[in-house]
Design a protein around this ligand. Structure first.
Ligand code: NIG
Ligand code: FE
Length: 401
């Protein structure tokens, strides 16, 4: 075997192959050209040269974490609405009165690009400090061609700057902007005929998302958006069944979506459709908690049908002001009752799948060397501590960040 550029040695590894810890105790990971070239017990280490060796006794190595659902680019915040909701107003009432997503759209449209960069950088740096090597970022607070493009360009710029892998998702169908009130079909025309082609032409999106809900877009409108994405060869994902059973999960499955996200109200046929399509269910406990929801996602049915489950922050100013993947993991366990192993799979291998990324999410030969090193006694601690940070090092494509 050629020389390793780097050998991480004497470490306990949770490979997360098949969504299990799949532990290799007292192991090593050899890296060549940013990829995992060897993983195994130190007693089986091949006798080849090592340019650089780092010994990590007493620590754990896992795949770098992946936050597969965020709305990280936005201006301002909605703490005033949070207070209104605690006083009894509902998320839907506030949205119908012109607040909600639209108030963040107004703030984001007015913000200078520099301001968006600065505010988003702060959030991205927190996710990186917690071991995220890959972060998905959605647009959806511009709702016109210029500002949707600006948001996605900010995300791309920060991906380069941070060293993280940022995956862009176009979410033009997030809300009907005020200027299209009562003309939502015309707005969908704009999304399909102008926004999406412009974004695709500039290579600003890796996938397309939509919000299927009575306060947002109907299943037929989502179908139009997804048909358009297919013509541009962009994979799709869906905000599905968050506040009501809109048939969102089945709709996502109908289009072989990468993921259906939220899914609290998804019914049994919806779960079966996800399983048949291989669509990942992305659970977002931060939004559930912040909105004071009571309808839990159908975890038993998801497990029974073998639907891969991911976990993400949904970081956004309205429903999930949660800028911590570890917090999302802890909440997924304590609120949704996922096991810590399911949570770790949910932010590694299954999150990679929710983004269509086959090159990461597990510790296996040939995968990208996206690795997180932890000062912990067992990986179950990653969903157990709430508000602490046990990360000691993060590698993306073999480079230490
Ligand atoms: O994932 N549900 C729609 N989108 C976000 C909320 C965005 C907002 O309220 O600003 C979500 O919960
Ligand atoms: Fe969301």
């Amino acid at each position: 075997m050629p020389a390793f550029d780097l050998l991480l040695a004497d470490v306990d590894v949770a490979t997360m192959v098949d969504g299990r810890y799949s532990v290799i105790a007292d192991a090593g990971v050899g890296i060549i050209d940013g990829q995992i070239a060897w993983v195994g017990a130190m007693s089986d280490l091949p006798a080849n040269d090592v340019a650089s060796r780092i010994s990590l006794p007493g620590q754990w190595l896992t795949p770098a974490l992946i936050d597969c659902h965020t709305h990280l680019v936005f201006a301002g915040n909605r703490s005033a609405e949070f207070e209104q909701r605690l006083g009894g107003a509902s998320y839907e009432d506030i949205a119908r009165a012109g607040g909600g997503i639209m108030s963040t759209v107004n703030a984001t449209r007015e913000a200078r690009r520099d301001t968006l960069i600065e505010q988003t950088r702060r959030r991205l740096v927190i996710l990186r400090s917690e071991g995220c090597g890959t972060v998905e970022i959605k647009s959806g607070y511009g709702l016109n061609v210029d500002v949707e493009c600006r948001m996605l360009d900010v995300a791309r710029t920060l991906g380069v700057e941070s060293g993280l892998s940022v995956i862009n998702t176009f979410l033009g169908a997030h809300a009907v902007p005020t200027e299209f009130r009562n003309r939502s079909d015309d707005y969908v025309d704009l999304v399909c005929n102008e926004m999406m082609p412009a974004i695709a032409a500039q290579n600003l999106a890796d996938a397309v998302d939509a919000y299927c809900e009575p306060i947002a877009f109907s299943p037929d409108q989502v179908r139009r958006v997804f048909d358009c994405a297919a013509t541009l060869n962009l994979p799709v994902k869906l905000h599905a069944d968050q506040l009501s059973d809109s048939g969102g999960a089945a709709l996502a499955a109908e289009f072989n979506a990468l993921s259906a996200d939220h899914v609290e109200y998804t019914n049994q046929p919806g779960v079966e459709a996800l399983a048949a399509a291989g669509t990942v269910a992305v659970l977002l406990p931060g939004a559930f908690l912040t909105l004071g929801e009571t309808q839990l996602p159908p975890l038993g049915a998801l497990r029974a049908n073998g639907v891969p489950v991911a976990v993400a922050t949904d970081c956004n100013p309205g429903t999930s002001p949660v800028c911590s993947i570890r917090t999302a993991m802890a909440l997924a366990s304590s609120v949704f009752r996922l096991t810590p192993e399911e949570c770790l799979a949910g932010v590694t291998c299954n999150a990679a799948r929710a983004l269509g990324l086959a090159d990461r999410g597990t510790i296996e030969v040939g995968k990208r060397a996206d690795l997180a090193i932890w000062e912990i006694g067992h990986p179950q601690e990653l969903s157990y501590w709430l508000g602490s940070n046990e990360l000691t090092a993060l590698y993306v494509a073999g480079q230490r960040l």
